[in-house]
Design a protein around this ligand. Sequence first.
Ligand code: ZN
Length: 160
Amino acid sequence: MQIANDVVVSIEYTLTDDQGNVIDSSAGGEPLAYLHGAGNIIPGLEAALEGKVVGDAFKVSIAPADGYGEKNDDMLQQVPREMFQGVDVIEAGMQFHAQTDHGMQVITVSAVEGDLVTVDGNHPLAGQNLHFDVKVLEVRAPSEEELEHGHVHGAGGHHH
Ligand code: ZN
């Protein structure tokens, strides 16, 4: 079975940056399972997987436009320190999950000046080239429920 829209795909992957540092990897954990064509994964990786079969292994480099987007300065915002209730020390580089108009997002503290905290709502990988080393482990038909939900259930997918 070839990878095409509406099939469930499980992959092993290692993601590195331009310097070769490993950013993320499925090694030692569960493979990543996703529903192809449903926008579960970044567009560049989804496109590279199209037509592949079990056992295929490949490397692909993805520009920000097909990854997590370019960095957008409009996503930088200054907020008062008291927004971070219950956090004793706030430092640049800290990351928080925040409920926003676009759903749950990771925000990164980019600067702290007195009582003002600059937060960056860009995805932590925005503006970065992404280098994936991928192996296709499984390709299968989805269950009706998975198709309906638009994501994969069970190992490597959603648990709910
Ligand atoms: Zn579901």
